[in-house]
Design a protein around this ligand. Sequence first.
Ligand SMILES: Cc1cc2nc3c(=O)[nH]c(=O)nc-3n(C[C@H](O)[C@H](O)[C@H](O)COP(=O)(O)O)c2cc1C
Length: 394
Amino acid sequence: MAENKLGAYNIADLRDMARGHLPRAIFEFIDRGTEDDVALANNREAFDRIKLRARTLVDVSKRSQEITLFGNKQPLPIVIAPTGTAGLLWHNGEVGMARAAAAAGIPFTVATNSMTPMETIVREAGGRLWFQLYMWSDRRLSHQLVERANKAGFEALIVTVDGAVAANREFSHRNGFSVPMKLNSRLVADLMMHPRWLAGVYLRQLLTSGTPRFENYPPEIQDKITARTFKKSILKNDSLNWDDLRALRKLWPRTLMIKGTLHPEDAKLAADCGIDGLIVSNHGGRMLDSSLAPIDVLPSMVDAVGKKLTVMMDSGVRRGADVVKALALGAQAVLIGRATLYGTAAAGEAGATRAIDILREETDRIMALIGANNVAELDRKCLALPGEVTALGG
Ligand SMILES: Cc1cc2nc3c(=O)[nH]c(=O)nc-3n(C[C@H](O)[C@H](O)[C@H](O)COP(=O)(O)O)c2cc1C
């Protein structure tokens, strides 16, 4: 068992620590969903509705969580999802998270909206790095960003496709939170109440690298988002379509995935564009409130394209049991967003490492209790889906 120096026994403990460290505006930004947080809550409820079938007297003494993803072996079936603004949680937070992933032998995804330049993460963290792309309305600038990621040596590109327009995060408007930060009286009061964060993260960042900003943005966009007349439409692309994906397929030479698809018909269209993988996701409940939970649609996505594409999922994973349920329903791997964000906000790299350790140990324990020695043994027979329990009298 990994040492628990932080005293965090589960991801919920790391969340509590994150809440204590962060200004409310930033904590809510990472923790909440959108509008009424319906999708956020349902992501968890959907996992909890699925039950695991315990097995006994199976020799499970040689357990392994190793998987092969896009031809590469990795010791755990998890990947760190792209999460923009993670650099605001801890000084050098994105590098810390990437280092934790590298030490665990799992991929880390650098977000377009990272607060650390992609090249710095490559240089300072190493390990297996994926890059996540938000297509801007100016395709030329987006393609230049893809070329930059290619040159930096990223092993895979994830195109996020669930953000045609900006999410309606009313709490962030109320909290006055945006990047670059525009201080209003409410935000100033909030920051003052968190002196450890203010000194250790914000002021330190100001002194070392200047105002926190989206470092992967080219100067053309950077100039615009700091301008008073900034219009969010520059950052969003409501005309993105399958032709854009085909163009990216021509541009990107290595593994290409899309993230944010929840409809089997979209999955088939994606497969026709020649991509390699898809991530079934509702953005952790942060985009379309009342969206279906990815874990509920996962089986239909695997049925639609599982033979052609590598299907993964995210949204709501907080326990090893969730990892096991997703794998048993056909996901090849699971992405985690908030789990490592809470860890990073609690204690930087050590906290991200703790989050990964917690998920590793919980997954291992669940595998033992349901009689599985390896990931290939996880399938529908390990589960009782809603409705099945009574039918089987189990
Ligand atoms: C604070 C935060 C920032 C995020 N930023 C991005 C992003 O820039 N690009 C993206 O594709 N997804 C982003 N996501 C979504 C995650 O990649 C992932 O889909 C989601 O967090 C998974 O749900 P979970 O947090 O319940 O694990 C973000 C999520 C959070 C919590």
